[in-house]
Design a protein around this ligand. Sequence first.
Ligand code: FO1
Length: 311
Amino acid sequence: MITILAGGTGSIKLVRGLYKEYKDITVISNVADNFWFYGLYICPDIDTIIYGLGNILDKKKGWGIKGDSFNFLKHIKEIGEESWFGLGDKDLTTHIVRTKMLKEGQKLSEITEYFTKKYNLPVRIIPASNDHYETRIITKSNKELHLQEFWIKYKGSVPISDIIYHNIGKSQITQSINEILHNSKIIIFAPGNPITSIGPIINLASFNKIIKLLKKKVVVISPLISNKAISGPSEIYMKAKNIEPTIKGLIDFYSEFTTNMIFSKKDKKEIQEKICKNYPNINFHFTNILMDTPSKEKRLAKYIISNLLDL
Ligand code: FO1
């Protein structure tokens, strides 16, 4: 089995590539960007994986359902209510059904399995936790904003002083995760935001303990090329956590969790000449990690399967 830690809108590209090349796939999804909106429980990262593998994802936006309409959102705006979060009409179906099932007492992992079956996806998608904890941005004026509010409502324009995972200390990993991690041939950290997509998973106390013991089979794919995020606000969030927003900062951040990291060939010279001597326990691999076409998604998946499956 290959297990992939995923979150954000970039991870699905790798999940999609691997899913085409290898049949026994488990995705552990970030849940710390989940939030309540209009009484509905929204789980963007889980939905991106489901829609992406179900081939209905709006690939241009990277989230939501392709060709969706936004009549609900338009109308709620017309009556003067909050409309900053782009809930599409078809997408609403997922949030309504999920919220109903949650209120009936089902766990998020059970609900996610239900959707996986509805869309006939032969993968396991496991929420990192069935408990609600959330990534919050602490602003310089000392306000706490949910990640979605910061990034979408305020368009990332508010000065940040810190980022926290609110309630993580009281949250448990989903029960099946321990066995899944132990049974995996490799555990891949998708090229997601280290602070808001992968960070919330690996900082769950029991996850953290297990993954450090299994670091020999962890493979991290860099979300940065030439010290720039491939997409999204990785650098902003790394800076807020006092992590140098560079390849070096990224290696430092992940060094306690992994012995294998994949970077773009463009970073080979810098890493080999200046960085790798400080990290003797990490094997650095170089290939083309940009996945802007389906064939590049498959190419990276093939690279991983041929070079890193038997660690
Ligand atoms: N991202 C945006 O930038 N604007 C939106 O209005 C928006 C709506 C949305 C609705 C459903 C969904 O599943 C995802 C949505 N996203 C939107 C993406 C989402 O905020 C991020 O991808 C993740 O939370 C990052 O982990």
